[in-house]
Design a protein around this ligand. Structure first.
Ligand code: BGC
Ligand code: BGC
Length: 818
């Protein structure tokens, strides 16, 4: 690390610093405002508006002021609650539904919800001054929470496009589709500058270098809010939120909500640059970050939120906290946190804690724990945004303009963004572009699936559990290819497993990461599909048949894919492209003569690793040695030299990478093994898809005996709280003659769940059981020290074949076994 800088900085700041003295190990978490950049623009203050705020503030009761400072979530509050608790804002979280309708709903229920809260906030009631509610949502790649919206590539793909003009258009479209749903506020842009690609939010960042973030902050905010915050909701603009302030992309180990252990100079140079631009563009809100800086939670860091952000940097909109982030400040709970307000948070996002928080904050306002000056400042900032956005003006001409959702001209912008975001990493022998007259095979698990194509923050928080029918205005990658080939007179065939009747001229294999958001996307190494290389198997099969292969890789970060690169003639990093799968065909498929119709324009905004252990791999660092450097990308005009064979040694201990695949393709992948109790015999059998892809376990039944997967001790305390499940693919060969128990034994406590019915069902048929980890936690609370991720015990004769066992994220899990 930059130890010398830390020391210099501490010396320079000794008079101001409350942090540890020079020479001590941990650098300070108290900022020195003098070191920070100041805004150049005039900001949001307009004397005419300030006068209106003065008048309004004079009329507001303390109850109403405190209410303005609290935000509740649609899953936990009803419009009528606002009569008793006059909250200033409502949000709909990633998995929070509109009123009386499912989370996956089209514009109608969302509009009705926003209007219902708005209506109560504007009611004339005795002792209440009508103040419009401000309704916020995670419109982070288009208004992605709403069925039918245009879905743009996630930020990592947009970073590769490096095109601020495109970003401004995206901001405008997002604003229109947000305003049309009656929503006033988009929780973006994310200005994180991710440093360690194991972080589950890497894809929310534009780049690992601050430059693109800086240029894009202004562009997206101009698009959302109107240039220099000149737009209003009447003009189809919405408030933006620059997030997460500050240092979210710099946590040690890439751990979500972790600790960013860097000195102030690095915090400014790497993580703050986007905010300089955002404030200059007049961003109306800034969201505080879950992470700590050198051990201190940002949510409670007054020097950062007040002295730096609002003081030196000149931000004069309001600071909103993150989802129950205040509860993580030492001394706070979800329903009691004066410290957050005193540190400079103006509005607390208290999704389900709003009621208790309102009551305690009111008491703290009355007894002076939170000074009146602080309350007036917070409310002034919130009202400033509400005035600027035009929320006090009744007409809302964009409300309910359903024709804007997924409008053809919006989708055209998204399709253009997909084309520009694709990065060509390999194109040996000029496999691409594909002639439109070719016989094309399309395969891979993500070829015809909106899930991996749209990623997290899509209809649901994690982006999982979505069906094709949830995307009325979209095209899968396969559908785009099919349409393109037909239009040009060629043929494409979709094959689920890569098999074919007639040998194709070329095959496109679409594969990648399953969707995730936030901490659920944190990984331990950068190896793609550790434990079970399913895509690689398909690629190798095609290659062995002499078919040129084109990989389309969908991911939220660069991953170590050397084996897959070796098995591909061409390889395209397509990130998380969103609703417009057709953009991929535009670039990959040429005309009938094989001439390109669109060239590749994307260049890596994240360095691509040479080993799975290059977690932190950023330009400028000592020994920077990527496989593909920052800025890399081939195109048709300059094809470059063919890529030779790459090392297939991942560079990381398998036990580090694989923590979720316990059994696959007839074997236990490293670091897992299996143990057989006395009287159990094991033999290889065919699975539904593979020769010897399963094992048959036969219990003689002489005495109780267990089959157990062995391996490192696992901590599943977080997993069991996060809707993760154990999925087993099995076939009952001879139903048990006595009870069978299924366990995830925790430490010495070996308790399990009765699973006799599960293992007696449908004998002779391959079937899948998906068991929520919460079931196992009911018998072994905590699941902190899992000794075996799967143990089957029987005391009577029983034969079962197992083809697969792994941890999956499955919101439709079948529950507990019987
Ligand atoms: C995320 C934010 C998001 C908020 C509301 C938090 O968990 O960190 O990025 O805006 O939830 O959904
Ligand atoms: C919400 C998200 C939020 C997350 C925080 C989820 O339940 O839907 O909006 O970001 O919780 O952990």
């Amino acid at each position: 690390m930059r130890a010398s800088r830390v020391v210099l900085l501490l010396l320079a700041g000794t008079t101001l610093s409350a942090g540890p003295a020079a020479g001590q190990d941990s650098p300070a978490s108290t900022a020195h405002p003098a070191n920070w950049p100041a805004a150049k623009s005039v900001g949001l203050v307009d004397p005419a508006i300030e006068k209106k705020i003065d008048e309004l503030l004079a009329k507001l009761s303390l109850e109403q002021k405190v209410g303005q400072m609290i935000q509740g979530d649609t899953a936990s509050i009803k419009p009528e609650d606002l009569r008793k608790y006059p909250l200033g804002s409502i949000l709909a979280g990633g998995s929070s539904p509109p009123l009386g309708a499912p989370d996956r709903s089209p514009i109608g229920p969302w509009l009705a919800t926003a209007q219902a809260f708005r209506a109560v906030s504007l009611e004339r009631r005795p002792g209440y001054v009508p103040i419009p509610n401000i309704f916020g949502i995670d419109a982070v790649h288009g208004n992605g929470n709403i069925v039918g919206a245009t879905l743009f590539p996630h930020n990592i793909g947009l970073g590769a496009a490096n095109d601020p003009a495109l970003i401004e258009k995206i901001g405008r479209v997002t604003a229109l589709e947000t305003a049309a749903a009656g929503i006033d506020w988009a929780f973006g842009p994310t200005l994180a500058v991710p440093q360690d690609d194991r972080w589950g939010r890497t894809y929310e960042g534009y780049s690992e270098k601050p430059d693109i973030s800086k240029a894009y902050a202004k562009a997206l905010i101009d698009g959302l809010q109107g240039a220099r915050a000149s737009g209003t909701i009447q003009q189809g603009n919405v408030a933006a939120s620059a997030k997460h302030f500050l240092g979210d992309g710099g946590t040690t180990g890439g751990i979500d909500q972790g600790d960013t252990q860097i000195d102030e100079t690095t915090l400014i140079a790497t993580h703050a640059q986007g905010y300089v631009a955002a404030i200059d563009a007049g961003v109306m809100t800034v969201m505080a970050s879950y992470n700590s800086w050198n051990g201190e939670k940002m949510h409670g860091n007054k020097s950062m939120l007040t002295d730096v952000l609002k003081g030196k940097m000149g931000f004069d909109g309001f600071v909103v906290s993150d989802w129950n982030g205040h509860a993580q400040i030492p001394g706070c709970t979800g329903t009691d946190c004066a410290r957050a307000f005193n540190a400079g948070i103006d509005m607390v996002m208290a999704p389900d804690t709003w009621k208790g928080l309102y009551e305690s904050t009111l008491a703290q306002a009355k007894n002076g724990t939170i000074p009146m000056s602080r309350i007036d400042d917070a409310v002034r900032r919130i009202l400033r945004v509400k005035f600027k956005l035009g929320l006090f003006h009744a007409p809302r001409p964009y409300d309910g303009r359903a024709e804007l959702m997924g409008a053809p001209e919006h989708r055209a912008v998204a399709r253009d963004a997909v084309r520009k975001s694709l990065v060509l990493l390999k194109n040996n022998g000029g496999v691409l572009p594909i002639r439109a007259s070719a016989k094309l095979l399309v395969t891979g698990p993500a070829a015809n699936d909106m899930g991996p194509q749209t990623g997290g923050w899509t209809l649901s928080w994690q982006g999982d559990g979505n069906k094709r029918t949830d995307f009325p205005n979209a095209q899968t990658i396969w559908e785009g290819i099919d349409e393109t080939m037909r239009a040009q007179g060629g043929t494409a065939t979709l094959s689920a497993d890569g098999s074919f009747a007639e040998k194709p001229d070329v095959a496109i294999v679409v594969f990648g990461e399953a969707p995730y958001a936030e901490m659920r996307g944190d990984i331990r190494s950068l190896e793609f599909e550790p434990g079970d290389k399913q895509a690689l198997t398909t690629l190798k099969k095609l290659k062995a048949a002499g078919i040129p292969t084109v990989s389309v890789f969908l991911s939220g970060r660069p991953l170590w894919v050397n084996p897959e690169l070796n098995a591909s003639d061409a390889f395209v990093a397509a990130w998380l492209p969103g609703s417009e799968g057709g953009g991929i065909a535009d670039v990959l498929i040429g005309d009938q003569a094989g001439k390109p119709r669109h060239d590749f324009r994307g260049r890596l905004s994240f360095s691509w690793p040479k080993t799975a252990g290059q977690f932190v791999l950023n330009p400028g660092q000592p020994n920077y040695d990527p496989l593909f450097a920052y800025g890399y990308g081939l195109d048709y005009r300059s094809p470059g030299r063919p890529l030779g064979a790459l090392s297939e040694v991942s560079g990381v201990d398998a036990s580090l990478s694989n923590r979720s695949v316990f059994f696959a393709r007839g074997a236990t992948p490293a670091p897992f093994g299996a143990s057989l109790g006395a009287g159990i015999t094991r033999s290889p059998v065919d699975s539904a898809t593979q020769q010897e892809g399963a094992i048959r376990l036969a219990w003689s039944g002489a005495a109780p005996a267990a089959f157990a997967i062995t391996g490192p001790e696992l901590d599943w305390s977080r997993e069991s709280n996060a809707d993760l499940s154990l999925r087993i693919v099995y076939r009952v060969d001879a139903a048990p003659k006595g009870p069978v128990e299924l366990a995830v034994p925790d430490g010495a406590a070996g308790k399990g769940l009765a699973a006799t019915a599960m293992f007696s069902r449908k004998p002779g048929e391959w079937q899948t059981a998906t068991i929520s980890l919460k079931c196992f936690a009911t018998v072994n609370p905590g699941l902190k020290k899992v000794a075996s991720p799967l143990r089957i015990t029987a005391a009577a004769p029983f034969t079962v074949s197992i083809a697969d066992a792994r941890i999956v994220s499955d919101p439709n899990a079948s529950g507990c076994p019987e």
